[in-house]
Ligand binder design. Sequence first.
Ligand code: SF4
Length: 101
Amino acid sequence: MNIDGSGNRVNAMTFGPRKAIVVAGVNKIVPDLESAIRRIKEIAVPMNCKRLNYSPPCMAAGKCVDCRVPQRACRITSIIEWRPPFFSDYLVILVGENLGF
Ligand code: SF4
């Protein structure tokens, strides 16, 4: 499950390359979809916005307020339920440490 600001990362994972390789730390494992969305919006988005020097409202509020500002970082959501039939295959490498955010 991925959320992106412009869609470049999420779209490339579902149509285009013959194989997508995902390298993820164990900190990305969550129990369900709701937790995944919450984790992205409460942890990953603020940290990524800090890195990019963006300041959507969640940076000050400390939580997602479903903003409608130009710097909104959550615009494209992708949920991969199963491997697409023609062009994409996946290799997921799960690393036993916290990586990224
Ligand atoms: S929707 Fe807006 S407020 Fe919510 S996490 Fe994304 S950027 Fe932050």
